[in-house]
Design a protein. Structure first.
Lengths: 268, 166
């Protein structure tokens, strides 16, 4: 009897909370406020511990590494003379750096404190919240170095719920909302709709579009949830579905979601 | 006394599972120690403890990480209660039982998770569902079931009846 009652209540709760809520209830905020500082500490410990173990496993490689390093030193001396050359181009580089600075948004640095335990979604909690000025639907990014060495904003996800000193971030690979994108080379647009094994699957608006594997994909800013021109990743595979007259693409995100530790939040 | 211990276990598990375990995931799958705990506590303590421990644990996980409140709560509550129901007729001192149950109920957990998401009209491909439901997580959970079971046989000692001199 009681079991049925509990089950029915839970099913009702599931039904009611299955939509985009404007803000969290007080009760949820309190629980988050208590647990998020604890997990912040333990997450740091976990990070240190795995670092320690990977250091240990490196000891056996020391001898090999020594040989490699000797070769490397020679190479570096060569590179050093090249760098002298670069110093001569200081002015040019400075301009480039300031250009990168100018395109930046207002950022808040945040650390991840815990991750969703299940395997269905990639959701994590960060240690900044309402008090730091973070709001719902803020974009979460990380610096990503693209091929030519330029640091760009790589999109990680967006904030879905905010507590006082914590916020919940849903990564783009488990995003339920569709992400509108454009390919930078041909300016073709499309929508990313679902993910599979860490890759995101989407389709192009134009089935004649000339997209090839290796093209870079950016957010287009349509839909106004994700800001414009944030780097998503590279096209991995292009598939033509003849019957449906659409072109599907698989995108490999630039960000390694399994190894996230520090992220930035863009404040509107 | 039991309730305090259970609350402590619950809190430790939440912290451990969400902040330490992600670093030890195999092929991208993390073990679900919460589920294993619910199974073992239901085996040891019966349907009410099992059910409500699952409910509390699941709800906290939902509040912290879930986009929808109550999914974990409902599944873990049902799992705890079902195992609690049949707990009487099982030899709980046998370590095979928690290991076997954790394999079965990992599949049950992930499949019912998919079912609920399906009825909430979330777009999940069937092949991805099969990949997640029959993943290496089953094996991982079985290992953790053995470890946690060993640990718990020290915490929940069944008192011996003593007669006469000590």
């Amino acid at each position: 009897m009681m079991v049925t009652a509990v089950a029915i209540i839970l099913i009702i709760i599931i039904g009611v909370t299955n939509k985009d809520r404007i803000s969290l209830t007080k009760f949820e905020k309190i629980i988050g406020n208590i647990i998020s500082p604890i997990t912040k500490v333990t997450y740091n410990i976990g990070n240190k511990v795995t670092g320690f173990f990977s250091n240990l496993s490196n000891i056996s490689n020391l001898k090999e590494e020594n040989e490699e390093l000797k070769i490397k030193v020679a190479a570096l001396e060569d590179a050093n003379s090249n760098l002298q050359n670069l110093i001569g181009q200081y002015d040019f580089l400075k301009n480039e750096a300031s250009l990168i600075d100018n395109t930046n948004y207002e950022l808040i640095s945040a650390q991840i404190t815990s991750k969703e335990p299940g395997n269905w979604y990639d959701i994590f909690i960060i240690d900044k919240g309402l008090k730091d000025g973070i709001g719902k639907n803020d974009n979460v990014i990380q610096g990503i170095e693209t091929e030519n060495g330029v640091i760009e904003e790589g999109i990680v996800g967006r904030v879905t719920d905010v507590g006082d000193n914590w916020a919940r971030v849903v990564s783009i690979i488990s995003e339920q909302n569709r992400i509108s994108f454009k390919a930078i080379r041909t300016q073709d647009g499309g929508v990313l709709s679902r993910s599979n094994d860490g890759e995101i699957i989407g389709y192009l608006f134009d089935n004649e579009a000339d997209i090839v594997p290796g093209d870079k994909i950016y957010t287009s800013g349509l839909g106004e949830v994700f800001l414009q021109d944030l780097y998503i990743g590279e096209v991995d595979e292009v598939q033509e579905v003849e019957e449906e007259l659409i072109k599907n693409i698989t995108v490999k995100p630039a960000i390694d979601f399994k190894k996230l530790f520090k992220v930035f939040v863009i404040i509107d | 006394m039991t309730i305090t211990t259970l609350l402590l276990i619950l809190l430790i598990n939440i912290v451990f599972q969400s902040s330490i375990l992600p670093y030890f995931s195999l092929f991208g799958y993390t073990p679900n120690t919460g589920l294993v705990l619910v199974i073992i506590i239901a085996l040891r303590k019966g349907k009410y403890y099992g059910g409500f421990f699952g409910l509390a644990l699941g709800l906290i996980q939902d509040i912290l990480f879930g986009q929808v409140l109550g999914i974990n709560g409902l599944i873990l509550f049902i799992i705890g209660y079902i195992i609690g129901l049949i707990q009487d007729s099982l030899d709980i001192e046998n370590i095979v039982i928690p290991i076997f149950f954790s394999a079965i109920f990992t599949i049950f957990y992930n499949f019912s998770y998919y079912l609920i998401l399906f009825f909430l009209s979330r777009d999940i491909l069937r092949e991805i569902m099969i990949k997640i439901v029959f993943s290496i997580e089953i094996l991982y959970n079985m290992i953790f079931a053995a470890l946690i079971y060993k640990l718990f046989s020290k915490i929940f000692v069944i008192p011996n009846l003593r007669f006469g001199k000590r």
